[in-house]
Ligand binder design. Structure first.
Ligand code: ZN
Length: 577
């Protein structure tokens, strides 16, 4: 007996989940082939999508009839299977997939999950994930708790498995002996994006399918998949659609996660609008259509952000992460086309590539502020935009793809004012997700920057040594800095080869050994025959920097000047573009 307690879907705060996935960057996600099963009458435009879900299968007595009814009606659905049934009936599970259905996790044997220990919950979920993966080749991203019973503890376990909890906007009551007419009537309550709860086993549910299909057709709605990013029903067939990035991302199959600032996704679509699937309560983004003025999304949360009302035809869309979030990944589920349109293959990668490595200057800390005190204007994040940094501006001017591997406050051997001792920028440089995961980023073969710009050292020297720090004096710190920097350069050489031009940048910091140290490092590399290492001094006064960003950081005005200086300098280098 399935006694259901109503529970509104609450989107869980997005926290770092366990790292399981392979790492991908550069050429991310081509659009997948369209599924063969229909989503309504062929050629009919969909004004919206609803998520049909069927729980507790597969079962020999009912699943074949349900699949036959769905196929006849041209409907696709999400089947929240019970793990022990998948194990008992693997062929039925594969039939579900062949019929165009998506498979979700509904626990191993349908217990009251909230009455279990965290270990028992974990076992219920992981056994089911394992068997579904083994049988279908795909690991579920959606979890429906039995009886819709959930709490914070269960959601934490779900997150560790990379699962998005899906409850229901509409309960068909098919578990409660609803008639086929009553079930169809409940389905009429569905609005675009909604999810309806039904079951694999009631005979009345199968009888209701043709009526549900007719009603959806009348209302211009189609059956869609449920996005693991937003938890809402969206168009099937393209996840994460048509997006290209040069940034460091963790590939979860249906979506990607990332923490480094300035990650961008570019796509193309045909039609009057585009949706952007996001799950991110920490970061701000800029969205640009056809290269026009950016629109800023502030901590969008779990949503599909729609841009609509465009003229028909082919458009480009660009999404850029403005802010830093070293502990908190953002998640992007792809671009979706507005009704009647379609997502096209993403734009080609640019031949030129630049990587910017650094601290708050490179990350764009407070760069959009015109006042050094940002306490009254929302703090750092609302005043930061990594897509308007000297790095992003330089890359755009040179028509290059770029990565910003930058973290405010970090130094080569010493962080700002000696903070976080025992760690430094090098601790995190190799990682896909900075402090949100320990997996190392494997540069894909397609990522071979011709230019790497390093801007580290400000934090090492900007504050006097405190008692208890590991350096006897500034000279000892500088010696350690130089040794670490040389080691870091050796690592970059190994990674990107001898042809990459590496530019070591530093601003004016009078009374510190930064300038001398950087110049020594360059001389040493040059004397070893590595002539593609050079130094660029950002002369604060000569450039006219105002440092009016938050906490004396470069402002947008300054970033434009820095980009100019950097661009001119790169122009003098024998870069093998
Ligand atoms: Zn159930």
């Amino acid at each position: 007996m399935h006694v259901l307690r109503w529970w509104r879907l609450r989107s869980a705060a997005f926290v770092a989940a366990a790292l399981v996935a392979a790492l991908v960057a550069a050429a991310l996600v081509a659009p997948r082939a369209r599924a063969s099963a229909g989503t309504g009458a062929p050629g009919r435009a969909c004004s919206g999508y609803v998520g049909l879900t069927f729980d507790d299968g597969p079962t020999p007595g009912n699943t074949p009839a349900l699949l036959a009814a769905l196929r006849t009606a041209g409907l696709r659905a999400t089947m929240f299977n019970v793990g022990q049934n998948v194990e008992a009936y693997p062929d039925l599970t594969r039939q579900q997939v062949r019929a165009g259905m998506w498979i979700g996790d509904h626990s191993w044997d349908h217990p009251h999950m909230t009455q279990l220990t965290a270990e028992q919950q974990d076992a219920q979920i992981s056994r089911t994930q394992d068997v579904i993966t083994r049988v279908t080749g795909a690991t579920p991203r959606l979890f429906r708790p039995p009886y819709l019973e959930t709490d914070e503890g269960l959601r934490a376990v779900e997150l560790r498995h990379g699962l998005t909890e899906i409850n229901a906007d509409v309960d068909s009551q098919d578990w409660n002996n609803a008639t086929a007419d009553q079930i169809a009537a409940k389905a009429r309550e569905l609005r675009s994006g909604d999810v309806i709860l039904m079951h694999d086993w009631p005979a009345n549910t199968v009888r209701a399918i043709p009526r549900i299909a007719a009603d959806l057709r009348e209302r211009g709605l189609c059956a869609g998949r449920i996005s693991p990013v937003t938890g809402r029903a969206v168009a099937p067939g393209h996840t994460p659609a048509g997006a290209r990035t040069a940034g460091r991302v963790e590939d979860l199959g249906d979506s990607v996660r990332y923490t480094w600032p300035g990650v961008t996704f570019e796509g193309r679509f045909q039609g009057t609008g585009v949706g952007i699937e996001l799950n991110d309560a920490a970061n701000d983004y800029d969205v640009q259509i056809d290269g026009g003025a950016p629109v800023t999304l502030r901590t969008p949360g779990r949503t599909t952000h729609w841009v609509t009302g465009l003229g028909g035809g082919v458009h480009t869309v660009r999404l850029a992460k403005r802010t830093e979030s070293p502990w908190t990944p953002g998640e992007f589920g792809g671009f979706v086309a507005a009704p009647g349109g379609r997502v096209l293959a993403p734009p080609a990668a640019r031949a030129r590539q630049i990587e910017f490595i650094g601290d708050s200057w490179t990350a764009g800390y407070g760069n959009m502020s015109t006042s050094r005190d940002c306490s009254a204007s929302g703090g750092i994040n609302p005043n930061s935009n990594a897509d308007q940094t000297f790095g992003a501006l330089t890359a755009r001017a040179l028509n290059a793809d770029h990565q910003l591997t930058a973290w405010s406050g970090m130094g080569m051997v010493r962080n700002y004012n000696g903070s976080s001792p025992g760690t430094d920028f090098r601790t995190y440089y190799d990682r896909t997700l900075q402090a949100a995961g320990t997996a190392a980023w494997q540069p894909p073969r397609t990522w071979r920057p011709q230019v790497v710009v390093v801007g580290l050292g400000i934090n090492d020297f900007s504050t006097p040594l405190n008692p208890g720090e590991p350096w006897a004096d500034t000279a000892a710190l500088a010696a350690d800095f130089r040794a670490a920097y040389l080691g870091f350069l050796a690592k970059l050489r190994l990674r990107y080869g001898p042809g990459t031009s590496i530019v070591l940048t530093y601003p004016t910091m009078s009374g510190t050994p930064l300038a001398d140290s950087v110049q020594q490092i360059v001389r040493e590399r040059n004397s070893q025959g590595d002539t593609r290492v050079s130094a660029l001094h950002y002369d604060n006064d000569a450039l006219g920097l105002d440092l009016l960003g938050c906490d004396w950081h470069p402002s947008l005005h300054d970033h434009r000047l820095l980009a100019g200086a950097l661009g001119r300098f790169i122009g003098t280098l024998p870069v093998r573009w």
